[in-house]
Design a protein around this ligand. Structure first.
Ligand SMILES: [Zn+2]
Length: 253
């Protein structure tokens, strides 16, 4: 017999400081409780043995407030300027399917798939060039070299590292400022040596990016802000999936 995934559910809200945070509780057949910010909304998942979410909520209030504020701010900003590699670009409808990096302009016909694919290809090539350059640079220092590099349209992560030593990067990285792209590259590269986010891993990260905590927060914030402003570029791959937090390759804890 198969059990339903979600046993019971309810929707409530909690006041934390000046914010009223709405949330949903789901009782599932899981071992441990967890909190997620999928699609920007707080979801609390509880094992059947938990009667209520109150004590968990109490304990996690600072974490919830921090994430809630970041996400709220991002969603307010979203839909504003459209950025590529950290620079604002104008998106114009017209025939062409081209990107002018000097004029910071993209011209394409939304009804023409080939043009959209061409734009993606241009962006993919530019992103690949940046990633390869950084892999060479960081690889020279760390002695770490991936087997293969992939650039994909991933749903829920900025990047990932496979057990066979391949690194995959999300095409959505094209929306980030170059330094943040570089951070993601280093982060994944270090996973070739440290598979987990343990102290040794962060100590190594810190040597290259002392402000990595801020960068991790930026990654979360960009995930939401680019979900709206960059959605047209990704069409079928819906962008409102779980954000990568607290690291480029992890879903919300
Ligand atoms: Zn990681």
């Amino acid at each position: 017999m198969r059990f339903p995934k979600v046993l019971r559910t309810c929707s409530r809200s909690v006041r934390i400081g000046e914010e009223v945070v709405p949330y949903r509780v789901e009782w599932r057949r899981v071992k441990y409780p967890r909190l997620e910010f999928k699609t920007g909304n707080l979801l609390i998942i509880l094992p059947p043995t938990y009667k209520s979410e109150i004590s968990l909520l109490e304990e996690k209030k600072p974490w919830i407030l921090e994430k809630y504020r970041i996400i709220k701010e991002c969603l307010e900003k979203a839909g504003g300027s459209f950025c590529l590699f950290g620079e604002p670009f104008q998106v114009k409808k017209g025939n062409g399917g081209m990107i002018d990096f000097k004029k910071r302009e993209i011209v394409y016909n939304p009804k023409n798939r080939a043009q959209l694919q061409k734009i993606r290809r241009i962006l993919r090539d530019k992103l690949r060039a940046r990633i390869l350059e950084k892999i060479k640079e960081f690889g020279g220092i760390t002695g770490l070299h991936p087997s293969k590099i992939f650039i994909k349209r991933q749903r829920s992560k900025w990047a990932s590292c496979s057990s066979s030593g391949n690194l995959s990067f999300n095409l959505r990285l094209v929306f980030l400022p170059p330094r943040l792209i570089d951070y993601v590259v280093l982060h994944e590269l270090l996973h070739l040596k440290f598979s987990r986010h343990n102290r040794d891993f962060w100590r190594e990260v810190e040597k290259f990016f002392p402000d990595y905590r801020d960068l991790e927060n930026d990654l979360l914030s960009y995930w939401f802000s680019t979900a709206k402003s960059g959605a047209w570029l990704f069409e079928s791959v819906s962008s409102s999936n779980p954000p990568a937090f607290p690291t480029p390759d992890l879903k919300v804890p």
